[in-house]
Design a protein around this ligand. Structure first.
Ligand code: G1P
Length: 291
């Protein structure tokens, strides 16, 4: 059974400066909800009871966000703001959330290695803290279901345009069924000419505990960092790894254009914003096409 989740949230967020100089990128809100709250919610909706967030310097706001805030609670209670009070209280009780710091910025593989003592001999889900998924069945739940069938590491994947393969971990393998593949090749951020396919690792993984030994043996790779993709390549020599093309849409808030698009898309789905926002966008695009 997969009952634990690890959320790496230690990255510097350099693609989003200056907003992320002192603010964790995972706290950037999509309208009124920090990105990492969506990620935690996905894990909870998938049946996860225990979450470890890997943080680093300057990430205290994440811890505070999932903690009690008595002053704010009292204030909302006094004002009779029942809905806001309930939401703030709910946040502190979403799951058993723990925090550990990655002390040096040594890459995603090294960040995940910090979870070793916490997950022990259990398999665990990894959800990247800067990526939100929208789906009918939580993507994490879909991966857990595949894990239950195969009992090995599972990589959540999606297809990306060929010109974007250099932004992702890319894999190659043998097709088992429409959505499932056994992984035989893995390469982090390849040149499009070297990419074995356009299947990209997309922010959700289930890892077996053997990954820790593989990470320990992984030399520094792309950007002089310890890459989880390279560790998976080592693991692949020892255990089967399955890639699963999940049903859902991925929103990467770590890059500015995608963040803007995500905000608009999410706002259009909210009753209070959809009409006035649409009207505003139409007016704006009308003005731009005239000028
Ligand atoms: C990380 C991983 C990469 C993966 C990507 C999206 O890259 O290293 O393999 O494809 O996340 O999940 P990053 O976006 O941190 O550069």
């Amino acid at each position: 059974m997969v009952k634990k989740a690890v959320i790496p949230a230690a990255g510097l967020g350099t693609r989003f400066l200056p907003a992320t100089k002192v603010q964790p990128k995972e706290m950037l809100p999509i309208i009124d909800t920090p990105t990492i709250q969506y990620v935690v919610q996905e894990a909870v909706d998938a049946g996860i009871e225990d979450i470890l967030v890997i943080t680093g310097k300057g990430k205290r706001a994440i811890e505070d966000h999932f903690d009690r805030n008595f002053e704010l609670e009292n204030h909302l209670e006094d004002k009779g703001s029942e809905a806001a009070y309930a939401e703030i209280r709910r946040l502190a009780d979403m799951a058993n959330i723990h925090f550990i710091r990655q002390k040096e910025m040594n890459g995603l593989g090294d960040a995940i290695a910090q979870a070793r003592w916490h997950t022990g001999s259990d398999p665990f889900v990894v959800l990247l803290g800067d990526t939100v998924m929208k789906s009918v069945i939580p993507v994490t739940r879909q991966l857990i279901d595949i894990y239950e069938q195969y009992q090995c590491s599972i990589l959540g994947v999606e297809t990306v345009p060929k010109e974007k393969v250099s932004r992702y971990g890319i894999l190659g393998g043998n097709k088992i069924s429409e959505h499932i593949m056994e992984v035989t090749e893995l390469i982090e951020k390849p040149d499009p000419k070297e990419a074995p396919s356009n299947f990209a690792v997309a922010a959700r993984y289930i890892l077996t505990p053997e990954i820790y030994k593989a990470i320990a043996e992984t030399p520094r790779g792309k950007n002089n960092e310890i890459q989880i993709t390279d560790a998976l390549k080592i693991l692949m020599q020892r255990e089967k790894i399955i890639a699963y093309k999940f049903e859902g849409k991925r929103y990467d808030i770590g890059n500015k254009l995608d963040y803007l698009k995500t905000t608009i898309e999410f706002a259009m789905e909210r009753k209070e914003f959809s009409k006035p926002l649409m009207k505003f966008i139409k007016t704006l695009s009308g003005k731009r096409s005239k000028s």
